[in-house]
Write a protein that binds this ligand. Structure first.
Ligand SMILES: Cc1ncc(COP(=O)(O)O)c(C=O)c1O
Length: 426
């Protein structure tokens, strides 16, 4: 009996060894295949410019993470081809307009914008066979209209007036889309009734006199992008930025914070994350002069005097660009927020210099404000939490103001901090 017992034990031990080495090797083979797949995904070719938009890296901001004891992560939207978070919005607005039949290839997308959205629309429109027409206030930095024109869009610089005025740049942009539609249908009718439209005068045939137009005769119509009220903006982030953040953190995220201009980013990301896990806290960081902080924390947007439309033109409130607003947009109404913080211009300036020195991150004003917000959230939640924010654009677009020492000096905003003491961190 004894040899049989010994043989059985040897066979069992051998089977165990074989089984565990099989498990061991299959685990490593699967792991290396997963790694290969990930590397391939990272290096895979993108199909044209539009496909290169989004899927931006999420980076750990080491300096802020170490200073707060939280994982502070920044979504690098400045790495989009058009240089900002607005590339996603431009793509979504144009795609939805084409799908709904409100825009056709050969059509013109119009927008009233002095900033990133205009640059993104001008960048993306040619990829869809469309043109772009931008109306901007003539006090906006000249570099902006130069960039937009260099991208092939037409630019109309107009006198800055209140949003309630018919000649506010946003209202003019809306009108230009209608004009392009009228021109396109007039030309269509002309073509249908014998090619070239001619009028007879005194028995002679003369070509019809054309009104001056911003658009060529071949334009197929116009579409007003309307980034503030168009919910394609919110959807770009609900379907893109939000899911990307969720996957990149593997769902391990405690909070999200961002400032708002149109509020498309804040609304799309906050709604997506809270639908995934209602325990993810979402916060606004609001620059000086904006009414959103009051709305989020007290339910009241503004005093009567501050209401947009009562001002001839927005007074000088903040040096940050693209963020802060005194009216409730349709996009903002989609946001799901747990609270808000106020940030100052000085804090944003100090933060941008701190990140440049400590992390090599050269960021624009709204990104710096978002990082101020991330530290405020970290201080509120305490160490051990994962907090995500958006790095909207780089410092390159802010050389004449936010990153100009003379400009900052004029407004008493020159950076003086050594560390993060301006946020109460020693
Ligand atoms: C540079 C920059 N950052 C942030 C924002 C704010 O993003 P959102 O409009 O999604 O609120 C904007 C908006 O125009 C912007 O141009």
């Amino acid at each position: 009996m004894a040899p049989v017992k010994v043989t059985g034990a040897v066979v069992a031990a051998a089977a165990m060894v074989l089984l565990s080495s099989y498990c061991y090797w299959s685990f490593f083979i699967r792991l290396s295949e997963k790694k290969k797949r990930k590397r391939k995904e990272k290096l895979s070719m993108r199909n044209g410019l539009v496909d290169a938009i989004g899927n931006t890296p999420l980076i750990r901001i080491n300096s802020l993470s170490e200073a707060t004891g939280c994982e502070i992560l920044g979504k690098c939207e400045f790495l989009n081809p058009g240089g900002s978070v607005k590339d996603r919005v431009a793509v979504k607005i144009i795609q939805e307009a084409l799908e709904s039949g409100k825009l056709f290839p050969g059509g013109v997308v119009t927008e009233g914008s002095a900033g990133s959205t205009a640059i993104s629309l001008a960048t993306v429109a040619p990829a869809y066979g469309c043109k772009c027409h931008v109306v901007i206030p003539d006090d906006a930095a000249i570099e902006k209209s130069q960039i937009i024109e260099a991208l092939g869009a037409t630019v109309e610089r107009v006198r800055p007036v209140s949003i309630t005025h018919k000649d506010h740049f946003v209202n003019i942009a809306r009108r230009r889309a209608e004009e392009a539609n009228e021109l396109a249908s007039k030309r269509r009718l002309e073509r249908e009734s014998n090619g070239i439209h001619q009028a007879k005068t005194n028995g002679c045939t003369v070509a019809e006199e054309k009104e001056p137009s911003f658009f060529s005769d071949s334009v197929t119509g116009g579409f007003f992008a309307d980034q503030f009220e168009n919910l394609a903006n919110y959807r770009a982030h609900y379907e893109g930025t939000g899911p990307e953040i969720w996957h990149q953190t593997h769902g391990n995220i405690d909070a999200f914070v961002a400032a708002a201009g149109t509020a498309g980013t804040l609304a799309g990301v906050s709604r997506f994350l809270q639908e995934k896990n209602e325990r993810v806290k979402c916060f606004l960081i609001d620059p000086p002069g904006s009414g959103l902080y009051n709305k989020v924390t007290r339910g009241v947007m503004y005093t009567r005097e501050e209401a947009e439309g009562r001002r001839l033109k927005n007074p000088f409130d903040t040096i940050t660009e693209g963020i802060g607003i005194n009216r409730l947009t349709k996009n903002f109404l989609m946001a799901k927020l747990d609270g808000g913080f106020r940030g100052t211009d000085k804090e944003a300036v100090e933060m941008s210099r701190f990140l440049l020195e400590n992390d090599g991150l050269f960021l624009g004003s709204s990104s710096a404000m978002n990082c101020v917000g991330a530290v405020r959230v970290a201080q509120t939640l305490g160490p051990g939490h994962t907090i995500v924010t958006i790095l909207c654009d780089s410092g390159m677009r802010h050389l004449s103001k936010f990153h100009d020492p003379k400009y900052l000096d004029r407004y008493g905003l020159s950076p003086t901090a050594i560390g993060l003491e301006f946020l109460g961190i020693k």
